[in-house]
Design a protein around this ligand. Structure first.
Ligand SMILES: [Zn+2]
Ligand SMILES: [Zn+2]
Length: 229
């Protein structure tokens, strides 16, 4: 895999790393043993391309768009959320603006904010904070390019290429899911109402994320271990 940070010094070790040198199979630097994400991240556009590539060709393609004048690749329509709160502490009221680099798509701002409040403050993807970096580091780690694009793999034999393409096609059709944020007893996109009513025992009392592939229909809101797309 060609790394975007080849040769970049480690941000954690500072002077000790001689520059990112990918380990042959582990996701670490041969020079300093830290992970690749510690050596820098690809651009936000590259990330949106990567997520766009993951979702394109799946039933979530509506979350992507093909920009005019682009190379034809689909790009994730990441939902940025800008929240403005009046600041009335001073003499003249001003407005505090907070930009979330990502927020669950298709929600009212009120519901999206309820979701954000459940995310530990240090992990909230507020632009320019450690939380936003944390989200991007997790994306880099959990969604390596070579998991979806055979062209990014090193040493695939000719016979393995179509197998990999078939594997990608299959996981997009069968395994890929985008969680949905909803209040208890709502959401789920209809059709599953019956199932949910029978499932009172596991119904959370607060806002939750619904997993489309989970038979129970409910995924406990765990905001610290899952990548938020
Ligand atoms: Zn290093
Ligand atoms: Zn390091």
């Amino acid at each position: 895999v060609l790394s975007p940070c080849l040769g970049a010094p480690c941000l954690r070790c500072r002077g000790l790393c001689t520059g990112f040198e990918p380990h042959s199979w582990r996701k670490i630097c041969k020079s300093c043993k830290c992970s690749q994400e510690e050596h820098g991240l690809s651009s936000e556009l590259d990330e949106d391309r990567k997520v766009g590539g993951l979702l394109s060709g799946s039933r979530y393609a509506a979350l992507t768009a093909r920009p005019k004048g682009g190379d034809g690749a689909r790009i994730y329509k990441r939902n940025r959320m800008i929240v403005t709160n009046p600041n009335i502490s001073g003499k003249d009221p001003t407005f505090d603006t907070i930009t979330y680099e990502w927020a669950p798509p298709g929600l009212t701002q009120k519901l999206a904010m309820q979701y954000m409040e459940l995310v530990p403050p240090e992990l909230q993807p507020v632009a320019g904070t450690e939380g936003a970096f944390h989200r991007r580091r997790r994306l880099a780690r959990q969604l390596p390019l070579h998991d979806q694009d055979p062209a990014q793999c090193r040493g695939l034999s000719e016979g393995e290429q179509p197998l990999m393409e078939e594997f990608v096609r299959k996981y997009k059709a069968e395994a890929l899911g985008v969680g949905e944020v909803a209040l208890p007893g709502q959401g789920g996109g209809g059709g599953k109402e019956e199932e949910k009513r029978q499932d009172k025992s596991t119904e959370p009392s607060r806002i939750c994320a619904l997993s489309p592939s989970c038979s129970q229909g409910i995924l406990r809101a765990c905001c610290s271990c899952s990548v938020t797309l």
